[in-house]
Ligand binder design. Structure first.
Ligand SMILES: C[S@@+](CC[C@H](N)C(=O)[O-])C[C@H]1O[C@@H](n2cnc3c(N)ncnc32)[C@H](O)[C@@H]1O
Length: 236
């Protein structure tokens, strides 16, 4: 009974009026712990292998990098992470400062300071935190920052008609206020990138959850290389 009451008040389940557990995720250690608890180790490994496909020596810009946990899954790349949160950036610098650089930046103020500098621009779990105009701004800047053969790669939770009730429930409780349907993410990307591919995946976390992975080629002439085949991924 007590559990039910606490749950209704948001103490046990996120989003309630008394203690919103989601706010605790602003703490880098708790965020990384929570990610691992829901299965991010497997998810990041598969995402990097199938979609990011980095090569040693690649210049990578990770926008909304958080504590930069993705670095555990990348080869020896030249990594630059930016995030709005000073806490996350401080934690990332403490852990990875010897092999990467970090800066506190709001996407809305991201400037195309070094055109054609990056092989890959990443946005992992970021787009569903941003309104449409900020997403479009990010895409426009990324298109300038990418080398002609470079790629923009993102992953976000999404709503689909085929997902389970539980997946829909978890997505509806996300901290991000802009969880979209796949076509909504893809249409935003297509305003800027001429060649965008979406992949819907239900297999990246231990809990029921649906992700859209987007890959966009920087230059109009280039074609995205075919991804590794996946048992669960399906084109959006
Ligand atoms: C779900 S977390 C993902 C963190 C990391 N990319 C990962 O995969 O674990 C979303 C991140 O986006 C960042 N973020 C949200 N809005 C932002 C903005 N306007 N500018 C830059 N970063 C932002 C948050 O601070 C947070 O670190």
């Amino acid at each position: 009974m007590m559990g039910q009451s606490l749950a209704r008040r948001g103490v046990l389940f996120p989003g309630g009026p008394i203690v919103d557990i989601r706010s605790l995720l602003q703490m880098p250690t708790l965020y990384s712990w929570f990610q691992r608890a829901v299965g991010s180790d497997h998810g990041r490994r598969v995402y990097v292998r199938d979609h990011v496909r980095p090569c040693a020596g690649d210049a990578i810009l990770d926008v909304g990098c958080g504590p930069a946990d993705v670095l555990e899954y990348l080869p020896a790349v030249c990594y630059h992470g930016i995030d709005l949160s000073e806490r996350y950036i401080d934690a990332a610098r403490r852990k990875y400062g010897d092999r990467a650089t970090f800066r506190v930046v709001d996407v809305a103020e991201l400037a195309a300071e070094s055109p054609r500098a990056f092989d890959i621009v990443l946005a992992n779990g970021l787009l569903h935190h941003l309104p449409d105009d900020a997403v479009t701004h990010l895409f426009r800047v990324a298109a300038i920052l990418l080398k002609p053969e470079g790629r923009f790669v993102s992953i976000d939770g999404c709503f689909t008609s085929e997902q389970s009730y539980l997946a829909r429930y978890f997505l509806s409780r996300d901290r991000g206020l802009h969880v979209r349907q796949p076509e909504e993410y893809l249409n935003l990307a297509r305003q800027v990138f001429p060649n965008v591919r979406g992949n819907i995946r239900h297999d990246l976390l231990r809990i029921p959850y649906t992700h859209l992975v987007m890959e966009a080629a920087a230059a109009s002439a280039s074609q995205l290389p075919l991804p590794h085949s996946t048992s669960q991924g399906r084109a959006a």
